[in-house]
Ligand binder design. Sequence first.
Ligand SMILES: NC(=O)c1ccc[n+]([C@@H]2O[C@H](COP(=O)([O-])OP(=O)(O)OC[C@H]3O[C@@H](n4cnc5c(N)ncnc54)[C@H](OP(=O)(O)O)[C@@H]3O)[C@@H](O)[C@H]2O)c1
Length: 322
Amino acid sequence: MAAVDSFHLLYRQVAWSCQSHMEFLAVVGALYTAGKGLKLICQSYNLIRLHITPLLFSRTNLGRQYGAWAVVTGATSGIAQAYAEELARCGMNVVLVDNNREKLQKMSDSITATHGVNTSFIEVDFCKGHEAYRPIKDALRHVEVGILVNCVGNFLEYPQSVIECPEEQLWKIIHVSVSAATIMAKIVVPGMAQRRRGAIVNVSFRSCCKPNFPMTMYTPCQLYMDGFTKELQSELSSKGIFVQSLTPLCVAKERTLHYRPSFRFPFLVPSPEVYARHAVQMLGVSHRTTGYWAHSMQLAAACWLPDFICQLMGRFLHTASE
Ligand SMILES: NC(=O)c1ccc[n+]([C@@H]2O[C@H](COP(=O)([O-])OP(=O)(O)OC[C@H]3O[C@@H](n4cnc5c(N)ncnc54)[C@H](OP(=O)(O)O)[C@@H]3O)[C@@H](O)[C@H]2O)c1
């Protein structure tokens, strides 16, 4: 009792025993700050290296680098349509793969007329599973495929859990989102390996936060695409084939340049055309990229922000993209 009779004495004793702890905490704090600082420097360096540097140099001839033809799945709409047009703009001949003959014909004619390259198309419904690939194999038998872009996607019209979703719908998602990319790669890789050049781009979704509604099938399919791409990359790099996992965040559905004039930050949700122009610049540069500088910045920011803010941001951008 005597030892705490004086406040000053108590304060001195507590301060003395805390001093060594404070020093320890100061070292931990300094190490933590240094680690975060280093991460920020690396992120900024990667952002500049991947997204700014390629813009400063003119694109090498894709046809000469990878082969004369590009095959794009899901080609009559959204990202795939813009990507196919961008490849044609870079001088590649394109094979368009989708499920609507009329749209395919129209797009094929329009690309030939606008860019003066050769085009062809394959009408196919990937939901049919195994039998869907016979016409593709026949059509591509004598085509020198240099670039394969797996972009076909199938979404639930509204979020559903695996219990609610009909079995047939689950099969469709698996066929379109998982099997299509896998079998398309299987079809083109032998030719690419023989020529020792080629590129495969697998498009999937990269969320910077955990969605708070049932995405039971969607998210695992996207994870499969990302994982499959990584394995493919390690398998094929020694054969001269470049494999890329392209993981955009929100891209506008409408084909307008920065789709919604009222939206305050239009660069966060680019039009498919703007997105494709940036993404094609990343071909041959990065094995795993969002393909667009503002998406990479959003992802980097998500590492620093609390989960609930990321979720709010994700929901806001998602609503804005529709
Ligand atoms: N848009 C985004 O914000 C966003 C963001 C991140 C990742 N992604 C990914 O990017 C990819 C493309 O997205 P998107 O929004 O551009 O897609 P989209 O506009 O819906 O285009 C998908 C295309 O695939 C076709 N398709 C669907 N089912 C098919 C089937 N069974 N057989 C043949 N073709 C079929 C569609 O034809 P129909 O129209 O006739 O059905 C459509 O032309 C997806 O893998 C998606 O996960 C998109």
